[in-house]
Design a protein around this ligand. Structure first.
Ligand code: GLA
Length: 725
């Protein structure tokens, strides 16, 4: 609900559990007055204190009043060069070379429903949303800034985005344009980020916000394995189920900057948006720039509630479900079994073994196209390698159909190998700086997706493949960071636009693919989880979480991922042991339990599986299908963090009649102590039957717990299925 008080010019956004407020003051500066647990619509500017602070300057309108400074007041969208020395949200260069920005309130509008962004992914929906637009103006620069707020009341979600318009007669260069600025007065916060590297993505890091700026960013042209564009601020005592925390996620897949500052007054500011590094966007007179959307969430009751609300909002108001609620097929992918060395017979051998086990989709990964036998050649040549797949994908699809399976394929549209027909025909299509040799990574170069003709060429080739057979799934991969970022199609003064134009180009093709194949499931991937963000999830309902399929490492990766992203979005497969990345052998049961709290599938040579393994796989796929709704759409509770002797989590159905508890032990030790696991989210009064046997009341299971059997080996696991009787 949006409440506007025209007299006091206070704008209050209410969600079910939270309230957000801003106010235009006497000098038309838009102050941020509150974000926290839900309260009334009182004007909270009474909390702001005014005092003369040394070296904090005063705007001319304040006259002799030295207590009024942009440097100390909580700002809704911070400016620069005219008194606020903290993190700025916006910077632009005027024709005279000046860099200051001074924004003043100029009006507002309340609109029903949700605003949409052209060419950019954003949360969507109908009447469940309300929109507030606040108009700001820099009169001297003739630049206006529109702040958009989308309010999704039931899920405590506030989305924000920013549009900058050049209303002058000369070009303006936009150098920084954050999507979100959030000021807090007098809080003592921890800053939580999700960091890692290829094969070990999104590890949670929590640090006390100390004086100065702490930040995470990507400059790789993708959101990256290294830092995720989702960050949190929380009270120092905050945990899974208590105390105040805030989450902020950027709906964007390119370079980003998330910066948190603790100021001289021990205030805090968070900004999140496109990374200003190598960013400069020319706004001709009348032109506008729209920053990507940011999603904001506040939970008065700890991280768990925040994640559950985010999961719901992402599942129901961001992701487009091509299957419209139907269960996606359980898949098998041959990559870890064969890499690019395969024949049609080899693939069909795996498929023949998979079909009777309840596996319904066969994904042909890298290696089916061009001259692609390893990762040094073939990218860009999107036509079938008939030597490996005689009769093409259509012949394979027909053979799979006989087995009752559908076909999916891997593609990597943004890339090209120098050893490819595409590169030989168009060597100038790869990103490259004139006069410099190009930098290779995985022996590949990056196509300039900021250029429409290049995108069109690639998309037409891929479309011909998609039209050549019945293909129900595509894995869209992206296997390197961007370097030599320079576009031959843009003049010297506009090279600062290439990183962002590249991302817009990727979104353009994803959107076309989504429109052309509305029922095809697209899985995102970037060397595993290098582009796991809300921008990609808008187009690709699931993303391959990591190239690391080791069940124990995956516990950490999926734990960190779960803070923002729902189980249904996490690509997870059971693979062979010893694991290709870690050399570790974990039981098949455990690998199943871990992959099941993701999209679930297999990535191993099932034709080599033993009878006992096949029986277990059959049980796993049957169990997953039976409990699909609960696992994928249930409320997700983290029962432990990663520090203890086991890791546990739980999904609870929205009506609390069912729950699934999953637990994985670490390495075993002698004389393990007796332990009990406390459950969460149950109906305290309901009687639950556990694994079809013993019954216990919900309050007992939550307060006293369930006794854990002692493991008899390393990395064992356990699942408890609870049903209210
Ligand atoms: C990336 C993906 C893998 C696989 C390979 C193929 O690393 O993350 O799953 O598809 O590429 O080259």
């Amino acid at each position: 609900m949006i409440e506007l008080d025209r007299g006091s010019r206070v704008f209050t956004l209410h969600t079910r559990n939270t309230t957000y407020q801003m106010k235009a003051d006497n000098y038309n500066v838009l102050l941020h007055t509150y974000y926290g647990p839900r309260i009334g619509s009182d004007d909270l500017s009474y909390l702001i204190q005014y005092a003369d602070r040394g070296f904090s300057p005063n705007p001319s309108q304040a006259g002799e009043d030295r207590t009024y400074s942009l440097d100390t007041l909580p700002q809704e969208y911070s400016t620069c060069g005219v008194g606020d020395f903290r993190l700025s949200s916006i910077e632009f260069e005027r024709p005279d070379g000046s860099l200051a920005a001074d924004l003043r309130y100029a009006g507002h509008e309340r609109r029903p429903g949700k605003y949409a962004l052209e060419g950019l992914p954003a949360f969507w929906g109908g009447d469940e949303w309300e929109t507030l637009v606040v108009f700001l103006e820099d009169a001297a620069a003739q630049v206006s800034v529109e702040l958009y707020y989308g309010v999704l009341e039931n899920y405590d979600l506030i989305t924000r985005c920013v549009r900058v318009v050049n209303r002058g007669t000369q070009a303006v260069k936009l150098r920084r344009c954050a999507s979100l600025c959030l000021d807090f007065q007098g809080e003592d916060f921890d800053f939580i980020t999700f960091d890692g590297c290829h094969t070990l993505e999104r590890g949670l890091n929590r640090t006390h916000l100390r004086p100065g700026v702490q930040s995470v960013e990507s400059v790789r042209g993708m959101s990256s394995h290294h830092h995720n564009p989702f960050v949190m601020l929380c009270h120092r005592d905050a945990g899974e189920d208590h105390s105040l925390c805030y989450g902020a996620a950027l709906v964007y897949s390119g370079n980003f900057l998330a910066a948190a500052e603790r100021t001289q007054l021990e205030h805090n500011r968070l900004t999140l948006g496109i990374n200003p590094w190598h960013f400069c966007w020319t706004l001709e007179p009348g032109a506008s720039f729209t920053a990507p959307e940011a999603a904001l969430m506040c939970s008065p009751n700890g991280f768990g509630q925040m994640s559950r609300q985010l999961h719901r909002a992402v599942r129901e108001n961001l992701i487009h479900d091509p299957l419209q609620g139907q269960q996606p097929p359980v898949l098998v992918n041959h990559w870890e079994a064969t890499e690019a060395h395969f024949t049609q017979e080899k693939l069909l051998g795996i498929a023949r073994a998979a079909a009777p086990l309840g596996i319904e989709l066969f994904v042909v990964d890298d290696g089916w196209f061009g001259k692609r036998d390893d990762d040094t050649s073939g990218l860009g040549d999107w036509f079938v390698n008939e030597r490996k797949l005689p009769g093409g994908l259509n012949a394979l699809a027909s053979r799979l159909k006989e087995l009752g399976m559908s076909l999916g394929i891997w593609i990597e549209p943004e890339m090209v190998n120098e050893d490819s027909e595409l590169y030989r025909a168009h060597p100038d299509w790869a990103l490259g700086i004139p006069g410099r040799p190009r930098t290779r990574s995985r022996s590949q170069l990056v196509l300039d997706f900021s250029r429409e003709e290049i995108r069109n060429h690639v998309y037409h080739a891929i479309k011909a493949v998609l039209d050549s057979a019945d293909i129900s799934y595509v894995k869209w991969d992206m296997n390197r960071s961007l370097t030599d970022v320079y576009s031959a199609a843009l003049p010297a003064g506009r090279q600062g636009e290439v990183f962002h134009r590249y991302v817009l180009g990727v979104y353009d093709i994803l959107e076309r693919m989504r429109q052309d194949y509305p029922h095809m499931l697209i899985e995102g991937c970037a060397g595993g989880g290098g582009r796991f963000d809300l921008g990609m999830l808008y187009y690709t309902p699931q993303i391959w979480c990591s190239d690391n399929t080791d069940a124990i490492d995956r516990l950490g990766i999926q734990y960190g991922t779960s803070f923002c992203y729902p189980v249904s979005s996490m690509g997870a497969h059971v693979s062979a042991v010893p694991n290709a990345q870690t050399g570790r052998a974990t039981p098949l049961e455990t690998r199943g339990v871990v992959a099941m709290s993701g999209t679930f599938g297999y990535e191993m040579d099932l034709s080599a599986a033993t009878q006992a393994e096949k029986r277990l796989i059959q049980e796993q796929t049957a169990f997953f299908k039976e409990h699909y709704e609960l696992i994928q759409r249930g409320d997700y509770y983290r029962l432990t963090d990663l520090s203890g002797p086991f890791t546990a989590w739980e999904q609870v159905s929205p009506d609390r009649r069912e729950a699934l508890v999953s637990l994985v032990y670490g390495p075993n030790r002698a004389a393990s102590p007796f332990r009990a696991l406390r459950l969460k989210g149950l109906d305290p009064k309901a009687l639950y039957q556990v694994n079809g046997r013993e019954t216990r009341r919900g309050d007992v299971l939550m307060a006293a717990g369930w006794p854990l059997p002692m493991p008899t080996g390393d990395y064992q696991s356990l699942q408890l299925y609870l049903q209210a009787v």
